[in-house]
Design a protein around this ligand. Structure first.
Ligand code: UD1
Length: 352
């Protein structure tokens, strides 16, 4: 029987893998789940497994945190014996985190076929570690599952043979669609009309001046709009390290998936530097202001509710004014963001 091995490691990977694992299970194929341990806190990992009903990993490599080189190397080192012993027919890697590229590197040298879920995305900004991970992973992959047409265009431009590219839609939206009814029935705390904020990109949070500037802007925003800000561990460390005062903002621990989704559905605006949240807000039709100069998910700008404000405070203010005046950007849901991407991937794997 065909044997599929999934590698996941960081929070967004769990959301993406859940529907694929489910669809493969329904087809009755054999599958093995490897968690690298890149994210390890309960609220960054375990709660996602529980809420998304992902089975317990068969292997946890427990790599933990480290510099890019040491984390990637450690994942490679610990993953190699597992995949050698398991002998899967194909390894599925997800998204653009260090766990993704590390597993792809190992498999490519062992001549194990690689499927990349969420292939083809490009920010064209190599200062972003994820961009390096995307380019290398796509280069090494045998089957490239893309979430939107722009992914296909990028891959073809880079010379990937078209028969390797499979436009399947967005697996992250599969998870959203499945759990949206639960999110909508969550108890609704707090007043309506708040701004939901997330921030964790190294370019925004690892530099003291940038982080101070962003927090200052958010404090100003909080004069007109309540802010709900679940804080990523990287960002919390930096706020502390740089001695930044963020008292005016309501800071929370990282939130479970359903609770965060519930907040997204009710927010007046989402202000973020995340990739996945640009997609989720586009699906939900909620205005999203992205604190980045570029995005690897241009479909959220072209078709969805996303606006790139970068570090332009004037733009942030003017877009916020528009949104609060009810003149926020309206969007449509991109093709194939329909809750069935995981099933399409499973079908393709079954017939490969
Ligand atoms: C990683 C991904 C990023 C993704 C993000 C989602 C890479 C290069 N980056 O960034 O693309 O958007 O996950 O969250 O793979 N930490 C904890 N507990 C945890 C995990 C991390 O406290 O469970 C702290 C550690 O101090 C660590 C820091 O957060 O050093 C950053 O973690 P890391 O996995 O290196 O990168 P992220 O910023 O989470």
């Amino acid at each position: 029987m065909k044997h599929i091995l999934h590698v996941v490691g960081a929070r967004p990977n769990f959301v993406k893998a859940a529907p694929v694992v489910r669809a493969i299970r329904e087809l009755g194929l054999r599958q093995t789940l490897v968690h690298t341990g890149q994210h390890y806190d309960r609220n960054m990992s375990d709660v996602f497994f529980t809420e998304l009903e992902i089975p317990e990993p068969d292997f946890n490599l427990e790599v933990g945190s480290g510099s890019h080189a040491s984390q990637t190397a450690e994942i490679m080192h610990r993953f190699e014996p597992v995949v050698t012993e398991q002998k899967p027919d194909i390894v599925l890697v997800y998204g653009d985190v260090n766990s993704t590229v590390a597993a792809a590197l190992v498999c490519s040298k062992l001549l194990i076929p690689i499927g990349h879920v969420e292939a083809g995305l490009r920010s064209f900004d190599r200062a972003m570690p994820e961009e390096i991970n995307r380019i290398v992973t796509d280069r090494l992959s045998d089957v490239l599952f893309t979430p939107s047409e722009d992914g296909d265009v990028n891959l073809k431009r880079e010379g990937v043979p078209p028969e390797r590219i499979r436009l399947v839609g967005n697996v992250m939206i599969d998870s959203l669609i499945r759990l949206l009814p639960m999110a909508k029935s969550c108890p609704k705390n707090g007043a309506p009309g708040f701004a939901l904020v997330t921030l964790h990109r190294p370019s925004n949070v690892d530099n003291s001046e940038n982080l101070q500037r962003i927090v200052r802007s958010l404090v100003e925003v909080s004069e007109q709009l309540d802010i709900t800000f679940p804080v990523h561990p990287r960002t919390r460390q930096r706020i502390k390290e740089f001695g930044i005062s963020a008292e005016r903002l309501h800071l929370y621990e990282p939130m479970p998936y359903i609770e965060f989704l519930s907040l997204q559905t009710r927010a007046a605006v989402v202000i973020t530097d995340s990739g996945g949240i640009q997609e989720e807000t586009t699906y939900l039709g909620v205005p999203c202001l992205t604190l980045r100069a570029n995005t690897e998910r241009p479909v959220t700008v072209d078709m969805g509710t996303n606006i790139l404000v970068g570090d332009d405070k004037g733009r942030l203010d003017s877009e916020l004014r528009n949104i609060l005046a009810g003149k926020g950007k309206k969007g449509v849901i991109p093709p194939l963001w329909d809750g069935h991407a995981g099933e399409r991937i499973a079908q393709i794997l079954a017939t490969l």
